[in-house]
Ligand binder design. Structure first.
Ligand code: ATP
Ligand code: MG
Length: 339
């Protein structure tokens, strides 16, 4: 089943050797089943944080969210976040549970997760644990809350934005009752911290289905952006800052939006530079797909890729947005070798 990297298997092995239960969980299971490369590997375990540290022995660790029971193992190609199984208490601020109770039960831990496709655990030998039907929803391309969507979005409004982010990245449909809860509770987006809005919006904007989702859920996202953003981002390379610029191109004071979302200073500059400089979109690039065909490119996706590469070079100041320079770059021996 899942191919789990050695450095993650080592973490599982050490926890199990000390008598605990340990599973890969969440996004890494989802992405493995989809054949996508996981961004990071998370492990959940019956071991308490102190027991996790003891079980890992000499392996270097960091304790970022120790209050919530998370130990990060730093031994491998990437950090592995190890979180004790937990059950969550009530939420009173739409952000964080008032109380976190550790549990000895994997199923408790899966029940507190946001969407069914994110609520699966996997193990290289024990297989998949999927009590909520995540795998079926993956096949159906369906985003569905774990439990009652109204309650889950009300508990933590970040989930509203995560839902749209996964829809934009994966191209999934939002299940009906989850979707109606999105609309009903959209106002709660105002309670999400700027830092988390930025983190999720970056991922949403880089998604292959970003434009579709921006258009379809304009009413929901409008609660975060009352200044009428522009949803036409698909013709811009899928890099967050270029896409933020496209999003804000008709906003009278984009710098205010960037400041409000607490963009780091350097990124504010990059986005504003994208906004000031042309071309922002392929349609403004001084050559077209037809020019490439005339140069002998075969019709097909490569034409679009090459145009995006040129667009990026222009945006980065490597090439001027001039027809002769762009044609010259295409005809240079370097371009032929690359292409
Ligand atoms: P990515 O590919 O961006 O890492 P991910 O699904 O792994 O996506 P993470 O933020 O790494 O997202 O979270 C890991 C897992 O933790 C999720 O898959 C989900 O099971 C759970 N999770 C994260 N945020 C929430 C939340 N706000 N509410 C409930 N569960 C959450
Ligand atoms: Mg993850």
């Amino acid at each position: 089943m899942m191919r789990v990297p050695d450095y993650v298997q080592k973490v599982l092995g050490k926890l199990e050797a000390a008598g605990h239960e340990a599973w890969c969980v969440g996004g890494c299971v989802r992405d493995s089943l989809l054949g996508r490369t996981p961004a990071d590997w998370d492990v959940c375990t019956s071991a308490l944080p102190e027991e996790t540290k003891a079980a890992l022995g000499e392996m270097p660790t960091a304790e970022i969210g120790a209050g919530y029971g998370t130990i990060t193992a730093l031994a491998g190609e990437g950090p592995v976040e190890i979180t004790t199984f937990r059950k969550e208490g009530a939420y009173s601020d739409h952000r964080r549970p008032d109380r976190v109770a550790f549990s000895q039960n994997l199923e408790d831990d899966l029940l507190r997760r946001d969407f069914t496709i994110n609520a699966m655990a996997g193990h290289p030998r024990r297989g998949l644990r999927d009590p909520l039907g995540g795998q079926e929803d993956l096949h159906r391309k369906c985003l569905r809350c774990v439990g009652d969507p109204l309650r889950r979005f009300d508990e933590d409004a970040l989930r509203i934005l995560r839902c749209l982010r996964f829809a934009a990245v994966l191209g999934f449909e939002v299940e009906e009752s989850t979707e109606s809860a999105l609309y009903r509770l959209a106002d709660l987006l105002k309670t999400v911290s700027a830092e988390r809005v930025l983190g999720e919006m970056d991922k949403l904007l880089a998604g292959a289905y970003a434009e579709e989702i921006l258009k379809r859920y304009a009413d929901v996202l409008g609660r975060l952006f009352p200044e009428r953003i522009c949803a036409d981002v698909a013709s811009v390379p899928p890099e967050p800052d270029a896409r933020w610029a496209a999003l804000l191109k008709n906003v009278p004071a984009p710098e205010e939006v960037l400041a409000r979302l607490r963009f780091p200073k350097r990124r504010q500059k990059t986005v504003l530079a994208h906004l000031a400089g042309d071309p922002l979109t392929l349609s403004q690039l001084q050559i077209k797909g037809r020019d490439l065909l005339e140069l002998g490119y075969a019709p097909g996706p490569r034409v679009g890729e090459v145009l995006h590469i040129l667009l990026r070079d222009v945006q980065n100041g490597v090439l001027p947005n001039e027809r002769s320079a762009l044609l010259g770059a295409l005809c240079s021996p370097q371009a032929k070798a690359d292409g």
